[in-house]
Design a protein around this ligand. Structure first.
Ligand SMILES: Cc1cc2nc3c(=O)[nH]c(=O)nc-3n(C[C@H](O)[C@H](O)[C@H](O)COP(=O)(O)OP(=O)(O)OC[C@H]3O[C@@H](n4cnc5c(N)ncnc54)[C@H](O)[C@@H]3O)c2cc1C
Length: 278
């Protein structure tokens, strides 16, 4: 049977707000927390349906109950698979069909999520290795927010390196906060220990001004900063999430180091996922 949701906060002059039917393939969940980081970035957490299973790193389709045919957009699940709630890290696109409304959500509001998650940024799509690089730009850090908080990651890899590149330093805060939270979490701190390395860089300010992740890889500065050898296909694996250009350029560099692209159906030594569609 279809459930229904009463919408809140939409411009409606009649006494009762409109009620739209919720399709059978969609969950209607309650927002539990919202945190804004910059004018263009925020995270939100919402309840997790008991029957919703996903693999860490996958994405789901998110929408709002503000129309009979709501706009749904792909969102990386920023939670690890064990999380009791679901976390998302979102852009605010001016006049964006979804995010112009989504950025206004408050705890207690309803968010819709299609029931079937999918994606390639999963450990299963990688051949076993010793070191895992997670290359991200902008909201591309979202799937890795789950990967770095999943104990399975540290069972499979001896070292995990999260790189996050943004335009401004303020845009790095979400990722920095995640890494700090791991250090102070009683259970995760013990599992992760010193296996997680973080490299944040902003292209418009700070010590890495003018340096894209591809520059840091090409010059070897990333490895020097981290005290690691260059990527070696015998031991290193990578996941990449960012804009189309970033994916293309970073994937080309990974291939230059000898890595080969994998997929769910054919695991490889690196995998990619778009952070958005242009
Ligand atoms: C596999 C996948 C996973 C995604 N995961 C996330 C996620 O975790 N968080 C998230 O915020 N978005 C994510 N997106 C993008 C998301 O689906 C929407 O595009 C975004 O929420 C904006 O929706 P909109 O309807 O407001 O604008 P849209 O009409 O979807 O986008 C308008 C324009 O805004 C720009 N844009 C859209 N999303 C982004 C972004 N994330 N960063 C920079 N520019 C962007 C693009 O130029 C796009 O053409 C993902 C997309 C894909 C394909």
């Amino acid at each position: 049977m279809n459930a229904t949701v009463q919408t809140a906060g939409i411009d409606d002059t009649s006494a009762a707000p409109p009620v739209f039917p919720i399709p059978a393939n969609v969950f209607a969940e309650t927002v539990t927390e919202v945190k804004h980081y910059t004018d263009s970035l925020f995270k939100f957490r919402m309840t997790r349906p008991a029957s919703f299973r996903f693999r860490t790193g996958e994405f789901a389709m998110i929408g709002l109950p503000n129309a009979e045919k709501p706009v749904f957009r792909a969102y990386s699940i920023a939670s690890p698979a064990w999380d009791e709630e679901l976390e998302f890290f979102s852009i605010k696109v001016p006049n964006g069909p979804l995010t112009e409304h989504l950025q206004k959500i408050q705890p207690g509001d309803t968010v819709l999520m299609r029931k079937k998650p999918t994606g390639t940024l999963v450990l299963d799509a990688l051949i076993p290795g010793r070191r895992l690089y997670l290359f991200s730009t902008g909201t591309g850090v979202a799937p890795f927010a789950g990967v770095i908080r999943d104990p399975e990651t540290y069972e499979k890899f001896e070292q995990v390196i999260l790189t996050h590149t943004t335009r401004t330093l303020a845009e790095l805060h979400y990722g920095e906060e995640l890494v700090e939270a791991i250090k102070t979490d009683e259970i995760l701190a013990e599992i992760v220990g010193d296996k997680l390395l973080y490299h944040g860089s902003a292209t418009r300010e700070g010590e890495h001004k003018g340096e894209r992740i591809t520059t840091l890889l090409e010059t070897g500065k990333l490895f020097a900063d981290l005290g690691l050898p260059p990527i070696d296909p015998a031991v290193d694996r990578a996941m990449i999430c960012g804009s189309m250009d970033m994916l293309k350029d970073t994937a080309a560099l990974c291939e230059r180091f000898g890595l080969e692209e994998g997929a769910n159906s054919k695991p490889g030594t690196y995998v990619v996922e778009r952070a958005f569609v242009d």
